[in-house]
Design a binder for this molecule. Structure first.
Ligand SMILES: Cc1cc2nc3c(=O)[nH]c(=O)nc-3n(C[C@H](O)[C@H](O)[C@H](O)COP(=O)(O)OP(=O)(O)OC[C@H]3O[C@@H](n4cnc5c(N)ncnc54)[C@H](O)[C@@H]3O)c2cc1C
Length: 201
């Protein structure tokens, strides 16, 4: 296949064929568990007002009810650069313990679902988009790309076809993560560091 212009939007899954980008993106696992549907009493005790919540820890959690009243509880769980069934199940156990800490009355509740994936972290957690290494690119959403990546798709289409440049990250410098050669060997250390910060706060 040949193309005049190529947009790289492969986020955390950008592979070794693109070393310039690999040195700037750190793929980190992110995971979610979903309980069995909660009873009316459990809902009143757990999420009164049915809001969406996020806590302020470094290795934080977020949670809300699903439309069928399951508690969806997510977080980084552990700093893993992998997301496969084994890794997701391990993280599910950690999330379950975190959920039990916040909601002791749900400690033994049945977990019906557990899943995970990789998010594309940048050093400053700002996305980047533009042109580099002969490619257009838009990535680095750092775990917040659900809406933004879709929006950036439209912006990049305008940019690539020469209609208008509305790229909010235009010209933002993007240096490689120090000592990052493409494989995030330092993730366990970073995880321990953030765990320590959460302990002493
Ligand atoms: C458990 C979890 C919970 C999350 N929760 C939220 C949330 O609540 N809010 C939020 O905003 N974000 C959330 N995110 C992050 C959000 O999913 C990402 O920021 C977003 O999906 C990034 O979009 P993207 O299109 O850039 O990349 P992705 O959705 O990662 O898509 C990249 C695609 O590129 C493909 N690809 C890779 N290499 C190649 C190749 N060589 N050829 C062809 N295709 C290739 C991959 O298969 C993949 O489909 C969550 C992520 C996870 C894992």
């Amino acid at each position: 296949m040949t193309a005049d212009k190529v947009l790289l939007a492969t986020g955390a899954y950008t592979d070794g064929a693109f070393p310039w980008f690999r040195r700037r993106i750190v793929p980190v696992g992110s995971f979610i568990i979903a309980t069995r549907p909660l009873t009316v009493e459990e809902i009143a005790r757990t999420v009164p007002g049915n809001r969406t919540y996020v806590n302020s820890r470094n290795i934080g959690n977020y949670f809300r009810l699903s439309p069928d009243n399951r508690l969806i509880f997510g977080g980084r769980a552990r700093f893993s650069g992998r997301s496969d069934q084994q890794s997701d199940a391990k993280s599910g156990k950690i999330l379950r313990a975190a959920m039990a800490e916040v909601f002791p009355h749900l400690a033994d509740i049945q977990i019906d679902y557990c899943w995970g994936g990789l998010v594309d972290m940048t050093a400053d957690r700002y996305p980047r988009a533009g042109e580099a290494d002969g490619l257009y690119f838009s990535m680095g959403y750092s775990g917040h790309g659900a809406q933004l990546a879709t929006h950036m798709g439209e912006i990049m289409a305008d940019l690539i076809t020469g209609r208008i440049n509305r790229n909010p990250w235009d010209g933002l410098p993007w240096t490689a993560v120090p000592f990052h050669t493409g494989k995030p060997w330092f993730l366990p250390l970073v995880g321990q560091y953030y765990k320590f910060l959460d302990l002493i706060r």
